[in-house]
Design a protein around this ligand. Structure first.
Ligand SMILES: [Fe+2]
Length: 187
């Protein structure tokens, strides 16, 4: 089948509940983490998350070989941080491929507020830049372990605060190698 570019109406999907097989939306996503305590603290401090479901930590779990997992609630989505079961994490600072990445939805005011928070915390980010078509604005940053994250708004965004349009002729694209950093929890 030949495909061509298309773009549906702005924000329409947020009011849709019509998947023919009953799919509503994303419940959680699972990120492999070498240090889940560090990741949980990062999600608490940087994304305002809170522990929602924690498993694998008691001796019984340990005896069963259950991997340690922390589900952090961020908005209405759960970010699951789990220890690798095959010995190594493949997502990380050695990988500058833009995918996988995970995007959090917010208002324009929320995006400005959170970028100011990243500035305060000394966490590097790329953006905010406008997606081609002008329907959304995003900024990108990494977790301390190199998971790639995005903050996105479909609101209008103050033009003077936008670094340009994504793409080779505009603001460019995130250079992930420049966005990795070391981080320690605040206390
Ligand atoms: Fe994205």
């Amino acid at each position: 089948m030949a495909r061509s570019n298309s773009n549906t109406a702005r924000q329409d999907r947020f009011n849709r509940d019509d998947n023919e097989h009953g799919v509503i939306g994303i419940d959680h996503f699972a990120m492999p983490a070498d240090d889940i305590e560090l990741m949980a603290r990062f999600i608490e401090e940087v994304l305002g998350g809170e522990p929602y479901y924690v498993t694998g930590f008691d001796p019984e779990d340990e005896a069963k070989g259950k991997p340690r997992q922390v589900f952090m609630r961020v908005g209405n989505v759960l970010m699951q941080c789990a220890e690798p079961i095959t010995g190594g994490v493949t997502v990380g600072k050695g990988d500058t491929n833009p995918w996988p990445h995970w995007a959090f939805l917010m208002s324009a005011e929320g995006l400005q507020r959170n970028l100011a928070r990243l500035d305060e915390m000394g966490i590097p980010y790329f953006g905010p830049a406008e997606h081609v078509g002008g329907d959304s604005f995003s900024a990108y940053f990494a977790s301390p372990e190199g998971h790639k994250l995005e903050l996105v708004t479909y609101d209008d965004y103050p033009a003077e605060k936008v670094i340009g349009i994504f793409g080779p002729k505009g603001a460019g694209t995130p250079q992930w190698a420049d966005l990795f950093y070391e981080w320690t929890p605040s206390s």
